[in-house]
Design a protein around this ligand. Structure first.
Ligand code: ZN
Length: 384
């Protein structure tokens, strides 16, 4: 290219204008970091944080003066994690979650009033946020009633819609519907009516299942999210096609399933379940069929830990055939999509500075998630 005097003067003018621009003062620059924003991985970028917000993600930091530059070569920023299946009873559980980078949990059954109390008393800098179904929809003597705390149960005498209306009035963010044939359970007709009523109130319906047949049937009835992988038999190709068509999200809860099988084996009663290897294979089939999986733990059932167990769940999802980034999505973008959560839970320009700084590269080695160095909550750093 031939540079004329005119264009030379223009370029010089532009350069001088840029050079003379006052630099923008910011709180932090996380320099030279790898960033997984929930969709793509970017290498060697700088994340600029000011006043609790991500003001820029760039490879050009010349225009900023930061109070602190954090050299983060060899580290990765990932989005906050979300646990799609827990049972909540205390602020300590929400605190333990956030400390491990789990910014939001979905409570799928807790005694009446518990979630409301926790939501009212939680501190956004200290505790994970909470989405809750409140008490699950089940029948007298059914699954969900065996844990001690009295809960209302669905009866034939009242319209299914009334039960959903009651939960919504109590503040439920979504509905949990139990189909568990090991105990007395809701019939399909009632489940269909409960799903319909949930949708009329503009709420998601999450279904608990333990059998392949029930997973298929409640999907056919329009459930939005299926919780747990089935244990009784392999799904037929026809059943799997129906799930493909209906597209429910599925929370396999592999870790708690593995623990349950081990627990039952010790009791000598595990032989009518699929072996864990086959259960893993079923999750692989779902994934291959394009069904969206969500990471959920079912903590604190069977001793699972808030926060920590979600990382083990993601490791198990990688072991059944998901790539590392796919596994990370099951606890980040996918639950945001499934539950309509706040987009500020993704580290993007203009969003609140919520993210996790991890040593190593969890986008190729999921075990790096055991090396969380810092959790950033709305721009505030918590070192581990
Ligand atoms: Zn559960």
């Amino acid at each position: 290219m031939k540079i004329t005097l005119d264009s030379f003067l223009l370029l010089t003018f532009l350069w001088l204008t840029a050079a003379c621009q006052p630099k923008q003062k910011v709180d932090y620059i996380i320099h030279n970091v790898r960033l997984f924003d929930g969709v793509e991985v970017r290498e060697e970028v700088s994340v600029v944080v000011d006043d609790g917000k991500i003001v820029d993600i760039t490879s050009e930091i010349g225009r900023y003066i930061a109070e602190e530059v954090i050299e983060a070569g060899g580290y990765t920023i990932i989005p906050p994690l979300i646990d799609a299946h827990v049972h909540i009873s205390s602020l300590a559980q929400l605190h333990a979650s956030l400390r491990e980078g789990v910014f939001a949990v979905v409570d799928l059954h807790s005694p009446p009033g518990v979630a409301n109390k926790l939501k009212a008393s939680r501190d956004s800098f200290l505790h994970a946020s909470l989405l809750s179904s409140g008490p699950a929809l089940t029948v007298a003597g059914g699954h969900g009633t065996q844990f001690g705390a009295p809960i209302p149960t669905v009866t034939k005498e009242r319209e299914p819609r009334t039960f959903v209306a009651d939960r919504v009035k109590e503040g439920a963010d979504l509905l949990k519907i139990i189909r568990e044939p090991m105990l007395p359970t809701l019939d399909y007709e009632t489940i269909g009516a409960l799903i319909k009523a949930s949708h009329q109130f503009d709420k998601l319906a999450v279904g608990h299942i333990s059998t392949a047949g029930d997973a298929t049937k409640i999907s056919e009835l329009g459930i939005d999210v299926v919780s747990h992988i089935w244990l009784d038999r392999k799904m037929t190709d026809e059943e799997l096609s129906l799930l493909q068509e209906k597209k429910p999200f599925v929370i396999p809860t592999l870790l708690v399933t593995r623990e349950l099988l081990q627990f039952r084996e010790k009791q000598g009663g595990a032989n009518h379940y699929l072996p864990f290897q086959d259960i893993r294979q079923e999750v692989n089939r779902l994934h291959k069929a394009g069904i969206t999986l969500l990471a959920g733990t079912d903590a604190p059932n069977l001793g699972l830990k808030f926060g920590e167990s979600l990382i083990t769940e993601m490791k198990l999802l990688v072991s059944v055939g998901l790539s590392e980034t796919e596994a990370l999505k099951t606890a980040t973008v996918k639950p945001i999509q499934a539950f309509g959560l706040d987009q500020n839970l993704l580290p993007r320009r203009g969003h609140s500075a919520n993210f996790i700084l991890v040593e190593g590269n969890p986008t190729v080695d999921i075990t790096s998630l055991q090396k969380i160095k810092e959790v950033w909550v709305m721009g505030k750093r918590t070192k581990k």
